[in-house]
Design a protein around this ligand. Structure first.
Ligand code: 4AZ
Length: 258
């Protein structure tokens, strides 16, 4: 009876698309920090990783608004140059001077899910350029993007000790709109597979999805993780380039122009 129940339950898990194998990001593989020096994670005041981010200038980290909202600069830190969360000797943990949240942000599934963190000291890691309006080709359905993060490796599982990556093709806006009634195609895109199985998950939010050496999207939201017909949704960065440039390219306070 007990064995039958286990059998039935595991069959239900398989058919519901919950990632039983419990692989990485979900269904991904390990990635090196050397090849992706601009990917960072955010920790709370207990040192617990809860979101991702991208170095977009020496003192600026782009993340999701929902990762930063309600937090003071002293409540979180940026960890850079560290692939293994337990390897405290690698990379660095940096304090914040300021948090900017997009002024139109209300909720992740309404768009504008963007925040820029200003660091107290510059990072020695190469920044990643953001996608611009001219980069529209990167958002064509089928474009192979790569998402990175230390998020959960199954929908209800633990976050990853190691940096993980997964290749996720851009899906047509029509498909995203059928999946989610609140999908806003000008501000968001969705990526993944109709069958689910490979996806970002909780803890990956705020982190990068990239192609062609550019930041194409910021991991934002979705219904569960790796579920059939419920792809991950990402901030369409090219649409926000004009909002981000003044914040990202601002000289650090205290630096005076010659
Ligand atoms: C989250 O809660 C989250 N499957 C991140 C990504 C996705 C869903 C939820 C996409 O941070």
């Amino acid at each position: 009876m007990r064995r039958l129940l286990v059998l039935v339950l595991s069959a239900m898990l398989v058919t519901s698309g919950v990632a039983v194998a419990g692989e990485q990001v979900i269904g991904g593989e390990r990635a090196s920090i050397e090849a992706n020096p601009w990917v960072v994670y955010l920790t709370d005041d207990h040192g617990v990783q809860f979101c991702g981010g991208t170095v977009v200038a020496p003192t600026k980290v782009l993340t999701a608004a929902h990762c930063a909202l309600g937090r003071a600069p002293g409540d979180l830190r940026v960890v850079a140059g560290r692939e293994d969360k337990l390897d405290r000797d690698s990379g660095m943990s940096v304090a914040l001077a300021d948090i900017w949240i997009h002024k139109q942000y209300v909720a992740a599934d309404e768009g504008e899910d963007l925040a820029v963190l200003t660091l107290r000291k510059p990072l020695p890691y190469t920044p990643l350029p953001i996608a611009e309006p001219a980069d529209r080709a990167l958002y064509q359905p089928g474009t192979q993007l790569r998402a990175l993060g230390w998020g959960r490796t199954s929908e209800n599982g633990k976050t990853s000790r190691y940096l993980m990556q997964a290749v996720l093709p851009v899906l047509p806006d029509t498909y995203c709109a059928e999946s989610y009634p609140q999908f806003v195609k000008t501000d968001m895109f969705c990526a993944g597979y109709e069958t689910g199985k490979i996806d970002t998950c909780q803890g990956d939010s705020g982190g990068p999805i990239v192609a062609d050496g550019k930041l194409v999207g910021v991991t934002s939201w979705g219904e569960g993780c790796a579920r059939r017909g419920k792809p991950g949704v990402y901030v369409r960065i090219s649409r926000y380039a004009k909002d981000l440039h003044p914040v990202v390219d601002a000289l650090p306070t205290g630096v005076v122009e010659p």
